[in-house]
Design a protein around this ligand. Sequence first.
Ligand code: AMP
Length: 444
Amino acid sequence: MKILVIGSGGREHALTWKLRESLNMDEIYCAPGNAGIAQEGECVPVDVAQPQAILEVARQIKADLTVIGPEAPLVAGVVDDFERAGLWVVGPTKAAARLEGSKVFAKQFLQRHAIPTARFVVAETFEDAVKALGGFGLPVVVKADGLAAGKGVVVARTRDEAEKALDEFMRQKTLGGAGERVVIEECLRGEEMSFIVLTDGQALLPLAPTQDHKAVFDNDQGPNTGGMGAYSDSTILDGRTRDAVLRSIVAPTLAGMAAEGSPFRGFLYVGLMMTAEGPRVLEYNVRLGDPEAQPILMRLRYDLVDLFKGIREGQLAAVEAHWSPNPSVCVVLASKGYPGKPEVGKVITGYEAAEAQGGVKVFHAGTVFRDRQLLTAGGRVLGVTATGADLPGAIERAYTAVAKIHFEGMHYRRDIGAKGLRRLTRTPERNSPPSRRVPGQPKL
Ligand code: AMP
């Protein structure tokens, strides 16, 4: 098979790396890719914002299977274009991708199907939005409706901060059309968790549980980023909570989308807040998370193409995926200035030595090869991902590898996985391998 991966980040590097292992794979391509992905397969230029351009690349290389990494082409309808052309593609249709493409759609969908989420109001004008703030305490959360590359959510501690965000989104239009409508919602407290499933629209396969680290600095301080690291370990989620999330959140989501005529196929990512009252949906993403994909795919012991065949044939329920019991940790190395404007073009050294260490894979995000040197080319640069016999071992390995890498202005969090370590000391008996499917839940 000829396989094509669309995207250029750490998630796409991890997908390409994993798909390359597949026994179904003859040739692998990535568009547009990055310097690290170019070591795994052939990179082809493409504008990922243009579904027709993506389809053209797939036609040119005669791709048998195309996997879409980022959200923008999904929301723009690339899957519909592929399906019309009779080509095999992994991802949800445009109608199903509204779960991520419009926060207003997602919140109203959650409400229609009585799926637990934060109380909210939709506002279409700045004046209505400011008025709506009065109905909420502080902090309050302001969300732009459309895609905003992680910049569309503000957790405002004061009313001034909330009004400033509304002014930027709705009057100054800093996010363009994405901020024309907003969602204002109550601020939830608790621990955040990413719950990702692969689904054919009916059956589902929960992926190994992960926890992201969105804030730029240690102890969740500073502004939000696209993600500064993630780890995967069975202690993140006990069986009872996992079953509750599947029953009260994931199952009604898939059933609701199917009932509304937009069945969801592909990776469905549910961002959850584990509140004292139970899990609440913060957001949906319609693809694998980045950096969650890196530690998840490192633990997958199954041919990814066979999983995708399961979706295409509606046979996911019959698939027996296996996960390594060993935890994995991904530490993101970021450029100076990130999550604001990153300084790029810095020489990266030590990445080969980092990878030479066993149990470590350095996934590339913003990198480029120029004049035989590896240079930084974006905010998030590398995702140093390690696995170990236990979580402390995986963390130590990841940071030992990180210590070998250098570029000017490099910064990273030093506490990736620390929440998992705290959980481990509280409940050591929970450190058992994840089970692959929820009892009684395969068909929804
Ligand atoms: P979202 O894109 O909706 O997940 O928002 C990005 C981040 O903002 C989340 O990962 C949370 O850290 C935070 N956030 C979003 N909604 C809420 C909420 N209702 N309460 C508290 N934090 C939130």
